[in-house]
Design a protein around this ligand. Structure first.
Ligand code: G6P
Length: 367
């Protein structure tokens, strides 16, 4: 395959900007756009008799699974376990033969995930893979392989594969809800319409790029950075921290906002920026009070929210990034953009090798 950077300085920038297009492409495959329903035939997975769902992956794919746990539980009311692939088989998981196990891997060649899949085959009800490379080992060895259709991802740090993995996992969660009778047709159509609005929302989210560049210069001077989020924004906080570590070598950690007071608050002072990913929702008030705890200790907050959230939070934050208003179901896809861009611009400010960070490999084929 011939792939170039187009007008972008790095593959990572190109891949971030491709997200509206590739997510739309994936949706074309998994969604029946004429009827606003998921395309059951494109997935070929039966969740109706599953006693639970097991989601297994490494790195960024693992955080996609973490988001999917919220979706499967909320939409299909089915218990979900998420596993880091390297832990899965060695802890000798309790398997009943009735679970749908889903293995998420961009490359389809990650040794830990492949070993987990091999352990699961024959022990779980169905082994499904969600992969970007349809000829890969993980795709070939699973019962059903679902392509994420992101196109070649060259940058070591995964970006468009993450949002395309989320697109497929969201479609699966809606399908599971239909099959298990936890959503009716109107409910399915509402979620599918929300999902169909993701490409447009991603395109609008990219407009915050201009706001991110200036404060990323500041961020690049930090030694430690915290990312906070609640609900499905918690995995995004983990992903934002991973991206920042990978690209800029700044120590970063993601926490559930409510957990701040149980430990990490001890780290807070004026030198530890705290990035809060918080679209306005029912729990926004609580997030604002978490922010006040940080500010009372001299901490600097970067609030990533929507217009209403920005209004409610006032202008106390060190920086506020105003995101488009989106349906809560797709917020994890859309908030991936600021998480990625913050890491990208911090890396540029530090002058690190964006597409090829030290010590990392695109695909890790040893356990
Ligand atoms: C490597 C990459 C990560 C990636 C992980 C899982 O560590 O550096 O960006 O998330 O592998 O890769 P996979 O291809 O299985 O999704």
């Amino acid at each position: 395959v011939l792939v170039d950077k187009g007008n972008h300085k790095h593959f990572m920038a190109k891949e971030i900007h491709e997200q509206p297009t590739v997510v739309a492409y994936a949706l074309g495959h998994y969604i029946d756009q004429a009827r606003n329903l998921v395309a059951e035939a494109a997935m070929n997975v039966d969740f109706s008799r599953a006693d639970r769902i097991v989601l297994v992956a490494c790195g960024t794919g693992h955080y996609a699974c973490h988001v999917a746990k919220y979706w499967f539980e909320q939409v299909a009311r089915v218990p979900v376990e998420i596993d880091i692939a390297s832990e899965f088989r060695y802890r000798d998981p309790v398997l009943t033969g009735r679970e749908v196990a889903i293995f998420v891997s961009q490359s389809g060649e990650t040794a830990d995930t492949l070993a987990a899949l091999r352990h699961a085959r024959g022990r779980v009800g169905r082994a499904v893979s969600v992969v970007n490379v349809p000829e890969s080992s993980i795709a070939r060895e699973s019962d059903v392989a679902l392509p994420i259709l992101a196109g070649a991802e060259i940058s070591v740090a995964s970006t468009k594969a993450f949002t395309c993995q989320l697109t497929v996992l969201a479609s699966l969660a809606i399908l599971a809800g239909r099959q298990r009778g936890t959503i009716d047709t109107a409910g399915e159509q509402e979620l599918v319409r929300a999902l169909s609005s993701a490409p447009g929302a991603l395109a609008r989210a990219l407009a915050i790029e201009a706001d991110i560049a200036p404060f990323s210069m500041e961020l690049a001077r930090a030694r430690d950075v915290l990312f906070l989020g609640r609900g499905s924004m918690y995995p995004l906080a983990l992903e934002g921290a991973l991206k920042l570590k990978e690209l800029s070598y700044i120590h970063a950690e993601g926490y559930a906002s409510g957990e701040l007071k149980h430990g990490p608050i001890a780290l807070i002072d004026e030198d530890v920026p705290v990035i809060v990913l918080a679209p306005r929702d029912a729990l926004f008030e609580k997030t604002v009070s978490n922010m006040q705890e940080v500010m009372a200790r001299g901490g600097r907050i970067v609030l990533v929210t929507d217009a209403e959230g920005a209004r409610q939070a006032g202008n106390e934050a060190w920086a506020t990034l105003v995101m488009p208003d989106v349906h809560p179901f797709i917020a994890p896809l859309v908030y991936a953009v600021p998480a990625q861009l913050i890491a990208y611009y911090s890396a540029m400010a530090k002058g690190t090798d964006v597409d090829q960070p030290r010590n990392l490999a695109k695909s890790v084929t040893v356990e």
